[in-house]
Design a binder for this molecule. Structure first.
Ligand code: TYM
Length: 343
């Protein structure tokens, strides 16, 4: 069975972009593939953070995965730091990663600039090596993510290929291994709609956890009133009617796309329904569709967080399953890289 892995950082609240770009698609994949979904807490320490908050956010993010429909009878759910192989593989891979590959990553350039350049943590630079480790550790075939992670997955592919070339094949066989390739080369899975959900206050910027204004995003756990209020106040334009794909109307395209997904309608149905609508009629329609879609998730979330022991058991079982797969990959790599193996 082909394997799918993905994860979300436990920083701040999970928002509609994380849900529509990633988590909602994970749920659709778990029937067809072997799936592993993790909470990437090791990635969350690359920027200054609050230690109390990290612990709480990690638990809350795990609960949200389940509330959104990740089904533990099909998927393994675990915390990245509970599977030590992620950190270990990262070190091994970093020895094959040219610094130049990391220095040119868009997210590194943006985030390190915000951190004051030279003062940024080394982990911000090596972040993509850890992400590559998360993926290749499980011999993953597919990685469902939003558009902003494309470059990171490209790097994971290049790195996997490089390690296969450096250490795989006959060289590995001579060391007593099975030969062949060490890692599978993963493919990104980026949704057609929802891959880049935009800010509610600026249709040209991505919805993000780090944007200072909470008005710019819908968090999955926002109350009904707050959702209605954020939609009521979100940025629009003064064109007549509503339409997709007009470059001069980024807000309009974004809000219609969100409506399309949460209402479960086709693009054609949305065009037909909304083409002559005013913002005054569309906004309550969108707010209601969002509330209807998110309410059951919020109810399930409350039930799951009320039972701490259950959540801990889910994460512990998930980490056990993940460790089994991860250790096999690490064993092969250590052998192929020429380490003296312990009996
Ligand atoms: P993170 O935590 O920033 O985001 C989690 C997922 O949400 C998607 N996403 C969006 N999709 C659409 N519109 C948006 N506005 C939006 N904002 C975020 C992201 O693309 C992502 O899929 N480095 C990753 C986490 C990670 C990971 C991995 C993912 C670490 N290891 C291994 C996949 C596989 C990150 O910071 O995502």
């Amino acid at each position: 069975m082909k394997r799918v892995v993905s994860g979300v950082q436990p920083t701040g609240s999970v928002h509609l972009g994380n849900y529509l770009g990633a988590i909602k698609n994970w749920v659709a994949l778990q029937d067809t593939y072997e799936t592993l979904f993790f909470i990437v807490d090791l990635h969350a320490i690359t920027l200054p953070y609050d230690t109390q908050e990290l612990r709480k956010s990690t638990r809350d993010t795990a609960a949200l995965y389940l509330a959104c429909g990740v089904d533990i009878s099909k998927a393994s759910v675990f915390v990245q730091s509970h599977v030590r192989a992620h950190s270990e593989l990262m070190w091994l891979l970093s020895s094959s990663t040219p610094i130049g590959w990391l220095q040119k990553m868009t997210q590194f350039k943006e985030k390190s600039r915000k951190e004051g350049g030279e003062n940024a943590a080394v982990a911000l630079l090596t972040y993509p090596v850890l992400m590559a480790s998360d993926i290749v550790l499980y011999q993953s075939d597919f990685v469902p993510v939003g558009d902003d992670q494309k470059q990171h997955i490209e790097l994971a592919r290049d790195l996997a290929q490089r390690v296969n070339n450096l250490y795989g094949g006959r060289k590995w066989k001579k060391l007593g291994g099975r030969g062949g390739s060490i890692f599978k080369i993963p493919e990104p899975l980026i949704p057609q709609v929802g891959a880049r959900v935009m800010s509610l206050t600026d249709g040209l910027s991505k919805m993000s956890k780090s944007a200072p204004s909470d008005q710019s995003r819908i968090n999955l756990l926002d109350s009904k009133d707050l959702i209605a209020d954020k939609i009521k106040r979100c940025k629009t334009d003064s064109f007549a009617g509503l339409e997709f794909d007009n470059a001069e109307r980024p807000e309009c395209n974004n809000l219609l796309s969100v409506y399309q997904i949460v209402s479960g309608k086709t693009k054609e149905e949305v065009i037909e329904e909304c083409k002559d609508m005013s913002w005054g009629s569309f906004k309550p329609l969108l707010a209601d569709a969002l509330i209807e879609h998110l309410s059951p998730i919020q109810v399930r979330y409350q039930e799951i967080t009320a039972d701490r022991a259950y959540l801990n058991k889910v994460l512990s079982d998930g980490a056990d399953r993940a460790t089994e797969i991860a250790d096999a990959t690490l064993y092969n790599l250590r052998q192929a890289m020429g380490f003296y193996m312990r009996d």
